[in-house]
Design a protein around this ligand. Structure first.
Ligand code: FMN
Length: 328
């Protein structure tokens, strides 16, 4: 191929722009050269209380990388991805190279089409749960080398998770520094020129499981939380170690599962907040006998309400201005 065309450039930037990210911080930038799309982590965007190690920032870059791969496939190119190693010296995350012409499969096309429709669905789901086939499809979509996906199944696991969510809720409700940081990422209606952060109304009154804990959230006990979880499909994304590379891959797996759920007409939301307490993360791994470190939970179900899109940074903030005249 020659260099990316203007329309291809727009498609690639749009796909990255729409990826989900921790607190909608969109911690990435994109560089395009000839056949390559290079994704970088923006380490200037930090969440010292919510995400002190930057794990969620890398998971977020992984979701953007998954979208970028799908966009290259949608444009009709074979997508070859090279990932950065584990050196924390570089902020380069990975490069997707368009090699030879190859049309997208029907599944890839359906996932690509789901990119602008995907939302964080932080409401209770419809009571009809997922079928076994739907669960299988979503788990299969998350197949990424080095990452495993495990379903939370059975009363013991549900109760173990519920107990940990109750514990984390109580810790976060009373952590003033944490809450100050979170408040800075919640945007009010009068401040809608801000292109990052979570619109206040999107957080709602607080779920029993999922969402983000704020000081005024109700603090239900573990029994009530377990009852909520048992009505949802909950997937855990994990990998053997805590490496930079595995965090990016876990983010990519998470996004693929989320897009496949969206393509099926389902809704989902990510929960990582409790896993930022090391004692919760460790106890969850023990209780669920996870063969690795849990990075994120995805709750999946059937939507009952449409959800508006969260804001996004402009194309100019993500990619080099020389590519972008006329884009917003
Ligand atoms: C790595 C990661 C961690 C997240 N953690 C949470 C979480 O703990 N609770 C929550 O309600 N949303 C969480 N989210 C969802 C983001 O807040 C959401 O993607 C962002 O606000 C953009 O909204 P959208 O997903 O509707 O596009 C997370 C997303 C990512 C990618």
């Amino acid at each position: 191929m020659s260099s990316w065309s203007y329309d291809e450039t727009k498609t690639l930037i749009r796909a990255v722009q729409l990826a989900p990210s921790v607190h909608n911080s969109q911690p990435w930038s994109l560089e395009l050269s000839k056949h390559d799309a290079l994704l970088f982590e923006r380490r200037d965007i930090t969440l010292p209380y919510h995400d002190p190690t930057g794990r969620d920032r890398l998971l977020s870059c992984g979701t953007a990388l998954a979208n970028l791969e799908l966009a290259v496939r949608e444009l009709g190119w074979r997508a070859e991805t090279s990932l950065s190693g584990d050196s924390s010296l570089s902020d380069w995350v990975g490069t997707v190279t368009a090699s030879t012409p190859q049309p997208a499969t029907a599944t890839e096309h359906a996932w690509y089409e789901a990119i602008p429709r995907r939302r964080s669905y932080r409401l209770p789901f419809n009571r009809d749960g997922l079928s076994a086939d739907e669960i299988k499809v979503v788990i299969a979509a998350a197949e990424v080398d080095g990452v495993s996906t495990q379903l939370v199944a059975g009363q013991d696991e549900i109760h173990a998770l519920a107990g940990l969510v109750e514990y984390a809720t109580n810790v976060y409700r009373h952590d003033h520094a944490y809450q100050r940081e979170l408040a800075g990422w919640i945007t009010r209606r009068h401040n809608r020129r801000v292109r990052t952060g979570i619109p206040q109304e999107r957080l709602g009154p607080g779920l029993r499981f999922g969402g983000l804990v704020r000081p005024n959230n109700p603090a239900p006990d573990a029994e009530v939380i377990a009852e909520s979880i048992s009505r949802e499909t909950v997937l855990v994304f994990l990998s053997e170690r805590d490496s930079r590379r595995e965090h990016v891959l876990a983010g990519a797996a998470l996004q693929r599962a989320w897009l496949s759920a969206t393509a099926l007409g389902l809704a989902a939301s990510v929960v990582t907040q409790p896993l930022h307490l090391s004692e919760v993360r460790g106890r969850l791994a023990d209780a669920l006998e996870l063969p690795g470190r849990p990075h994120a939970l995805l709750r999946v179900g059937r939507p009952t309400w449409p959800i508006p899109a969260a804001p996004r940074r402009s194309a100019q903030e993500i990619a080099e201005p020389r590519y972008l005249e006329g884009l917003s």
